[in-house]
Design a protein around this ligand. Structure first.
Ligand code: M6R
Length: 606
């Protein structure tokens, strides 16, 4: 994880770096630092501290704004605790370095190069700085090449050599670096979001290419030292961003944006009342000829896969497995050329998902990635990509990325059903009639946010909470529980409610909060019976139920009526309600909703 930036140009660099680092804080926020190099005086300024970018800003407030070249970093600790000395950049001799990734063999390198006395931190990164410095004799390319040959692991390295002022060097393996330029200078970053208003086009730096950022140009050199080129891509979302708008947190803003971004994700794929995936270039034959489907994803993206699984099985009567990407290749999965792998990821950089996808492709599987960030590593690795139109998702807790992933998956499954003969024209029409209603149904929930806020207030003191449901409701709740636990720190578990009596019900005591979601017609009566079982043991049950369902007179701590849709589509209104619940609990507990402890938005370590 970690976010890295570099800028060299006409403007003073400190504020530019700090602003960009703030935009990258979602990648890690336990420490931050920057180094500037003044081309006229050759003076280096290195500022770093444990804490947020706002702490770093305070540290830099008295710095004279003379330098126009610098690099910066925001950290998610892997090797070495959270401390000032472990923060990046690291300086050894003439080398200053920031790093995103993990150097797996750093201990071997310490021994091999006998670096023990030189190192001041516990990080793998400082070891790379020390090795670079050993090899550095005035030729940056030579030192970079010699160093990189020794590295095992993933890395995006951004480097200043003190005697090469105004130039930033970079090289990467797996971990991303994007770059852009305009008339004021050149800039690189871990993510296009941090390029700000630099340009309307950016390039993804290819792996193992030595990149030089000069004030007015970007030069790339392949491993043999030959000049090479990278492909430019359009920046087609608003990277200048309007911040949080009138919302106190990005999470709320992003929840509220869902009807709009869902519509955008659907729009270009529904043409003349039919699902049309030509914008994604996905040929019908790969949907028709595959014998099984396998989802690889992590966290929320994996939960989107679980919803799709329920759907594929019922609509297509086809086998689909959903795997934690981190477990996938170690489970010796049955994958062959008849397998269609779906890699789902907001960032497109999650290393577990990327590695799982690579593994499946090696075994001959065809692949489609469902991705939010254009040009990201998973998108580039996959045979085909469906981009969601969620736009930048800044809050660590994923909301609009999840529901746009679902829309993309529903469209894909709809098309599969059509080409495999499971849908006729009428089925497709009905299916789309439901799908296009989802923005409005979600909007109805969002407009009742104060009712959900009221429910949240009763949960603030809870230590544990349970979420129960069956079938699709259970899949919906797995995501609801992840949302609540990650932003509120309440220990929350989702259970298939029929399973409670096999053990878990022992945990239910007087006033234990239980959120039950009931949206599936054929399971409703059984779900209501399971609710009675926990109520009889003292649980305080909040019921989120499809509004068209008739209920008996049973009492609930609270009831929230979900706008009715066909059962399969109830995931949309239900998810909006569960997201708001998590959000309000976190906010009312006074937590940093957008940056929950220990987490990072982009997970580039295995
Ligand atoms: O970028 P990705 O979609 O691949 O990220 C996967 C998970 O890390 C992510 O969904 C995570 O679970 C979210 N923070 C949950 O809100």
């Amino acid at each position: 994880m970690c976010g890295i930036v570099g800028y060299t140009g006409k403007h003073s660099v400190t504020d530019q770096l700090l602003d960009s680092l703030e935009l990258l804080e979602y990648r890690g926020y336990d420490s931050a630092g920057l180094a500037t190099l003044n081309g006229d005086t050759g003076k280096v300024k290195l500022r770093k501290c444990a804490g947020r970018v706002s702490d770093l800003r305070k540290l830099c407030q008295n710095d004279k704004k003379l330098s126009t070249c610098g690099i910066g970093h925001t950290r998610w600790a892997t090797h070495g605790g959270v401390s000032d000395e472990n923060a990046h950049p690291h300086r050894i001799g003439d080398v200053l370095l920031v790093h995103n990734g993990i150097i797996e063999n750093y201990e071997e390198l310490i021994d091999h190069f006998m670096l023990h006395k030189e190192l001041k931190s516990q990080t793998d990164t400082e070891v790379v700085a020390a090795v670079l410095n050993r090899f550095y004799q005035g030729d940056p390319h030579d030192a970079i090449r010699k160093t990189v040959k020794y590295l095992k692991g993933t890395f995006a390295l951004v480097i200043l050599f003190v005697d090469h002022p105004d130039v930033i060097y970079a090289i990467r393996n797996v971990s991303p670096i994007v770059a852009a330029y305009n008339e004021n200078g050149t800039m690189l970053a871990s993510d296009v979001v941090a390029l700000g208003a630099t340009a309307d086009r950016y390039m993804v730096i290819p792996e193992y290419v030595i990149t030089e950022l000069h004030k007015s140009e970007i030069k790339l050199f392949d491993w043999k030292g030959e000049p090479c080129e990278a492909q430019f891509m359009e920046i087609d979302w608003d990277t200048t961003r309007d911040g949080k708008g009138n919302y106190p947190f990005y999470m709320e803003k992003e929840i509220m944006e869902q009807p709009e971004v869902i519509k955008a994700t659907m729009e270009e794929r529904i043409i003349d009342g039919r699902i049309d995936l030509s914008v994604d270039g996905i040929p019908d034959n790969i949907l028709k000829e595959c014998e099984r489907v396998c989802v690889v994803a992590c966290g929320t993206a994996m939960h989107a896969g679980l919803v799709a699984q329920a759907f594929i099985q019922s609509k297509l009567q086809m086998h689909m497995s959903v795997e934690y990407a981190s477990e996938f290749m170690y489970s010796d999965p049955v994958i062959d050329e008849k397998t269609l792998v779906l890699a789902i990821s907001q960032s497109g950089e999650t290393i577990d998902t990327l590695e799982a996808l690579k593994y499946a492709r090696k075994k001959g599987a065809k692949s489609i990635a469902v991705i939010n960030v254009k040009g990201s590593s998973i998108a580039r690795e996959s045979d085909y990509v469906m981009y969601t139109s969620a736009g930048p998702e800044i809050a660590v807790a994923s909301t609009k990325a999840y529901t746009t992933q679902l829309i993309a998956l529903f469209l894909l499954i709809g098309r599969m059903a059509k080409v495999r003969g499971a849908f006729d024209e009428l089925d497709e029409k009905k299916y789309l009639e439901n799908l296009v209603q989802t923005p409005d149904k979600m909007q109805e929930v969002l407009e009742q946010k104060e009712a959900i806020h009221k429910i949240a207030r009763d949960m603030l003191d809870a230590k544990d909470a349970f979420m129960i449901g069956r079938g699709l409701d259970y899949s919906i709740l797995l995501e609801g529980a992840l949302k609540l636990k990650e932003v509120s720190y309440i220990h929350t578990e989702a259970y298939a409610s029929g399973e409670l009596k096999h053990g878990t019900i022992a945990l239910i005591t007087e006033n234990t909060p239980v959120v039950a979601v009931v949206t599936q017609s054929r399971l409703k009566d059984k779900e209501l019976s399971n609710i009675r079982e926990v109520q009889s043991r003292g649980a305080s049950v909040v019921l989120m139920v499809k509004e068209s369902f008739e209920l008996s007179d049973a009492e609930y701590a609270d009831i929230f009526l979900l706008p009715a849709m066909a059962d399969e589509f109830m995931v949309f209104p239900a998810s909006a309600a569960l997201q708001l619940l998590a959000y309000y609990v976190s906010m009312d507990k006074g937590l940093d909703v957008d940056k929950p402890r220990n987490l990072a938005k982009v997970v580039t370590v295995e």
